[in-house]
Design a protein around this ligand. Structure first.
Ligand code: PAP
Length: 345
């Protein structure tokens, strides 16, 4: 019980101390090095619909935006996982923010019970508490100081399993929580996200063409899902495969699964005392979306508005946006790609 609970002494008073920062509000991504530009020129690339000319590059079977790819490669070369590390992994828009909040609340509940008035999730967006390897740590200015992270380190990535640094894939006993989602809702969520951040300049129909070709950031989604799905079957103690729809349908059961997987199952005392419900409430869509930090704040790295991560938070919102033909197109891909895998979406 509680083997993996974050019990380090002298808990930080607020979340800023979880991740020692040296960023400024005027941060701009550093220019790409000439070496990296030369490397990029050797990779297949495709233009994606965007306001400015924007290309995705094909690397190790997946598509990446150039800045992200540089960080992915840097991370592959330098990141060293520890046995106690926990990673929240996903392809974008599958429920990453939610799972980050849950994992953070679970692992830190000794020093931060869910009901505490100064819980870090009340004043920081989950993405600031659980940074992405290839965005927060190896992306942008390498501004986050990983040496200051309390143990167990809780980190995140959108990288496909096959491209993770070797020390995460097989060189350590670290654990990975993966969340997948109905690709129709993932697609609709991503379309809104990229349109709202102002990068994308495409209709839903144009975006769907690209999505169905696998041409989206970290795409194709089917290989992303399947990579982690296979690992969860082969190494169930290392990779837990979750689905957004299950988390919505039976949140308490899924939170118990996560806690058990992480080695911090709830004690009888916690069960009776209502800690499970309090964690669910703290991490709920309504709970997080309504916080001032998530209504008005911006991410520490990248400076996206926090509110962008809380749109509808529903299962089946695709019905409000996709024609039956568009939905069918995605369903056909799901049928074709997953039918023999045992993965039901
Ligand atoms: P990311 O990949 O950019 O981190 P991610 O958090 O995976 O995004 O996905 C965002 C989706 O999760 C949004 O879905 P929607 O566009 O269909 O609404 C967002 O609303 C939803 N979401 C965020 N937080 C929660 C939560 N606590 N509970 C349920 N859904 C959530």
């Amino acid at each position: 019980m509680h083997a993996n609970l974050n019990t380090k002494q002298s808990p930080p008073k607020n979340s800023k101390r979880y991740i020692s920062m040296s960023f400024t509000n005027t941060f701009q991504p550093p220019p790409l090095s000439q070496d990296f530009k030369d490397f990029l020129s050797t990779l297949p690339r495709k233009k994606i619909f965007a306001k400015e000319p924007l290309y995705c590059y094909h690397y190790q079977g997946f598509w990446y935006l150039e800045g992200v790819l540089e960080a992915v490669i840097s991370c592959q070369e330098h990141f060293q996982a520890e046995d106690s590390d926990v990673f929240v992994a996903s392809t974008p828009k599958c429920g990453t923010t939610w799972l980050k909040a849950i994992a953070f609340a679970l692992l830190n509940r000794r020093r931060h019970p869910a009901a505490s008035g100064d819980h870090p999730l009340l004043s920081s967006n989950p993405h600031d508490l659980v940074p992405f390897l290839e965005i927060g740590l190896y992306g942008s200015s390498k501004a986050l100081d990983i040496a200051s992270f309390p143990s167990p380190r809780l980190l995140s990535t959108h990288m496909p399993h096959s491209s993770l640094p070797e020390s995460i894939r097989s060189g350590s006993k670290c654990k990975i929580l993966y969340v997948a989602r109905d690709p129709k809702d993932t697609f609709v969520s991503a379309w809104h996200f990229f349109t709202r951040v102002g990068v994308a300049d495409f209709t839903m129909a144009e975006a769907l063409e690209q999505f169905c070709e696998g041409l989206n950031s970290y795409g194709p989604f089917w290989d992303h899902f399947l990579g982690y799905w296979k690992q969860s079957l082969e190494n169930p103690e290392r990779v837990l495969f979750l689905k957004y729809e299950d988390m919505k349908a039976r949140p308490a059961a899924e939170v118990h699964r996560v806690a058990e997987f992480l080695g911090c199952a709830f004690s009888a005392e916690e069960e009776e005392g209502g800690e499970v419900d309090r964690i669910l409430e703290l991490c709920s869509f309504e709970g997080l979306r309504g916080l001032e930090v998530n209504m008005k704040g911006k991410l520490m790295v990248g400076h996206a508005e926090n509110s962008i991560f809380f749109r509808r938070g529903e299962v089946g919102d695709w019905k409000n946006h996709l024609s039956p033909e568009m939905a069918e197109r995605i369903d056909r891909i799901v049928e074709e790609k997953f039918s023999e895998s045992g993965l039901c979406l």
